[in-house]
Design a protein around this ligand. Structure first.
Ligand code: NDP
Length: 442
């Protein structure tokens, strides 16, 4: 297979799947020149094609009863992308926007991300178009139980190990773990990560994605002899990733100015405190609106998006895909920004990434910047295998080490001829090299 044939095939395969197509195109832009520079042969393009296309896509019906006793039905999915480096591994998302396109793009991103961690992790992604918003706890529990009952034949500690993502936190994983145990007669559950600590989960898993994001930014700033101390930070989202990114940034002495939700954002003019953050977490855990905190905390609520209206040195999109578009990127480039690091998966549109990459603002892509979550999931799998539970400090230490290694990998594979560093290329090529070497050795 030649490069042209590879591109035509990928074009046909991604037809009608915009997000998946964008990811294939972004990765190919970096990986193809690398292959050309490293004496590519026809077999390599065939392997690259295999790497881009998921091994398996499973779609199933999930029936569950609402509180009125009515039978409801949703779609459930699992995209098992690659098991070259270990069991399929990636989160479950419960959100009305979930589709095969969304999950295929997330699973491909996960492939490179998991490879970057250096851990024995394959890749996958799954979820449902079920909307947990407005549902009672018992409805969510019944849905989780039906979902995992349908998914159970396809997962296992050595096969496929799902975790949480949007709409799926420790509580939902806990419901699924209980049902999984009941169905399989298992006493311990290595088939899911993100478990509550008392059910075999890992300390630091809840914090890992947000903390890891901030560790990566700190690694970058330190490489310039700088740090996060006193830096102004804009964060979008107010879920798991956003709040723990805010927490670690506050620990490091940064001024965290914002958090957001779908219809607007809170601004703390001189930075939020840890106490403010605790109230934000409590509000969102009860699925409340940030707007309800105005008056209780020293902050204001504005409608709309955060990027164009608040100036900062560090921007951390931590909500969802495509939340940062062309106009937003233009505004960021014109602000005092030093770095944009993606906590969410593909929060920046392709055009926005191009604008950032063409500017002096450094862009740290999701596959590296939010790898902390899956890295600690990998550590949770190891603890489950060894029947151990490491302390918070021990897991945090290992997380910091993994993020440092990711940063070094990005620098190594992203260095350009003029000695500057393209961190996006570094992440794409760094992840690719690890998995590709494994594929070639088969
Ligand atoms: P949560 O469900 O905990 O939080 C999501 C947040 O994003 C909420 O504050 C939600 O606001 C906001 N949001 C959702 N859609 C939009 C939108 N269209 N515009 C603005 N805000 C929006 O999810 P997580 O924090 O777990 O995940 C966030 C992102 O990080 C996702 O892309 C996920 O894939 C990625 N990620 C998560 C990991 C993890 O460990 N949790 C690991 C790696 C990546 P509202 O309150 O209005 O719903």
């Amino acid at each position: 297979m030649k490069q042209k044939e590879f591109l035509e095939l990928m074009n046909a395969f991604t037809e009608g799947k915009e997000l998946y197509r964008n990811t294939v195109s972004e990765v190919s832009n970096d990986v193809l020149p690398y292959l050309e520079d490293n004496s590519v042969n026809d077999q390599d393009y065939a392997l690259l094609k295999q790497l881009m296309i998921p091994n398996k896509i499973i779609q199933f019906r999930v029936d569950w009863k609402d509180d009125g006793g009515n039978l409801q039905t949703n779609w459930g999915y699992r995209v098992q992308h690659s098991n070259e480096l270990g069991p399929y591994k990636g989160g479950l998302r419960f959100d009305p926007t979930v589709s095969v396109d969304v999950l295929q793009f997330l699973a491909l991103e996960q492939t490179f991300k998991n490879a970057l961690t250096g851990l024995p992790l394959g890749s996958g992604k799954g979820g449902s178009d079920f909307n947990p918003k407005g549902k009672s706890d018992s409805e969510i529990q019944r849905f989780c139980e039906s979902f995992i009952a349908a998914l159970e034949p396809y997962i296992g500690a050595e096969v496929d190990v799902p975790a949480g993502d949007i709409g799926v936190g420790g509580k939902e994983i806990g419901y699924m773990v209980s049902k999984y145990k009941e169905i399989t007669n298992a006493t311990t559950v290595g088939a899911l990560t993100g478990k509550p600590v008392e059910s075999g989960g890992s300390y630091t898993r809840t914090e890992a994605t947000g903390y890891g994001l901030v560790y990566l930014v700190e690694n970058y700033l330190q490489s310039l002899g700088d740090s996060l101390e006193n830096k102004k930070v804009v964060i979008s989202g107010s879920g798991n990733v956003a709040t723990y990114a805010a927490e670690k940034a506050i620990h490091m002495g940064a001024q965290v100015l914002t958090v957001s939700q779908r219809d607007g954002y809170l601004t703390f003019a001189s930075g939020m405190t840890q106490d403010d953050l605790e109230q934000i977490k409590q509000c969102k855990q009860k699925r409340g609106s940030l707007e309800s905190l105005v008056g209780q905390l020293d902050c204001s609520f504005s409608k709309g998006k955060v990027w164009q209206e608040v100036d900062a040195e560090v921007y951390l999109p931590c909500a969802t895909q495509n939340e940062l578009d062309t106009k937003d990127a233009q505004a960021i480039v014109q602000s005092e920004a030093l770095v944009v690091a993606e906590g969410a998966n593909m929060p920046s549109t392709e055009e926005a990434v191009n604008i950032l990459q063409d500017s002096s603002v450094v862009f740290l892509p999701a596959k590296a910047a939010n790898a902390g979550g899956v890295a600690v999931s990998g550590l949770e799998m190891e603890q489950n295998r060894l029947e151990e539970q490491w302390t918070f400090e021990e897991v945090d230490r290992r997380l910091q080490e993994i993020i440092k290694n990711i940063f070094e990998t990005m620098k190594r594979y992203g260095r350009l001829e003029d000695d500057s560093i393209d961190y996006l290329r570094g992440a794409n090529v760094g992840g690719f090299v690890r998995i590709f070497e494994q594929m070639k050795s088969n």
